[in-house]
Design a protein around this ligand. Structure first.
Ligand SMILES: [Fe+2]
Length: 261
């Protein structure tokens, strides 16, 4: 009991320390261009929720999913600029950046060569691409695309590999993707159980195996897919300790977007 309450005090102190520094690199806060925020009011509510859970910087990463959400730089940027103005006018202390969550498809090399792809930032001299796999499987040829991207100076960061059904059936696919050179973003709600036990177990195994490079919210709204970063931060503090939590929620995302922790 004493240990539990002592841990709780430590976690509360840590949360206080990172209240203004947690960095969320994956969100669907931009209104009306994917399956995230429906309108500007929802976006503002999501921004306030992000601040309330301790986030100071959030990347807007709408889907670029060929044939489903045909977003591109020309569509995303003005929506981002309008939301940034709205958040400033509302007095919400949240800094925004923008990129996209790009669904893996055969157009990616062409999009890259014609500068159609926005990147999260830089890491170790490579441009960081949030490269989403289908939830159902890992497509044939994914390894070739990943190798091509890396050879062309792009660092693939795979969001929520823990929700991929091929990974559920063959968890060794995580190591396979890692050996190809991918980094991994696990979703906060996956760690806390929002997506069920299978997804949570894989996420916690990845934490144990040090296969998580960063945690992000992937928030889509304030209720069904809210921002779980605070709860996930607490969980990682309990499961792995303070240093890993700082690395996954503050330092690595901060390095990518050029913010010092
Ligand atoms: Fe997403």
């Amino acid at each position: 009991m004493v240990i539990l309450s002592s841990n709780r005090l430590i976690v509360q102190a840590l949360l206080k320390a990172v209240t203004v520094t947690m960095i969320d690199l994956h969100s669907h806060i931009l209104p009306g261009i994917d399956d995230g925020a429906r309108d500007a009011d929802m976006s503002l509510a999501m921004a306030q929720q992000a601040v309330d859970v301790g986030i100071s910087f959030m990347m807007c990463t709408p889907h670029m999913h060929w044939g489903t959400f045909d977003n591109d730089i020309e569509i995303i940027e003005p929506v981002f600029k309008q939301l940034r103005r709205d958040i400033s006018a509302a007095g919400i202390p949240l800094t925004l950046g923008w990129a996209a969550e790009v669904r893996l498809n055969e157009m990616v090399p062409l999009w890259y060569k014609t500068q159609k792809i926005p990147f999260l930032g830089m890491l170790n001299g490579k441009k960081v691409l949030l490269l989403e796999l289908p939830h159902s499987h890992i497509p044939a040829g994914a390894d070739q695309l990943i190798k091509w991207l890396i050879a062309n100076g792009v660092q693939p960061l795979i969001p929520h590999p823990e929700r991929n059904r091929d990974v559920w059936e063959r968890p060794e696919k995580i190591r396979w993707l890692r050996n190809l050179g991918c980094l991994f973003q696990v979703t906060a709600g996956a760690l806390t159980g929002r997506f069920g036990e299978v997804v949570q177990d894989i996420s916690l195994s990845m934490l144990d195996d040090d296969f998580i490079d960063l945690v992000a919210s992937d928030t889509h709204d304030t209720k069904r897919r809210p921002n779980d970063m605070k709860d996930a931060f607490e969980l990682v503090c309990r499961q792995a300790g303070e240093r890993p939590a700082q690395r996954l929620f503050v330092e690595t995302p901060g390095n990518i977007v050029g913010l010092s922790a």
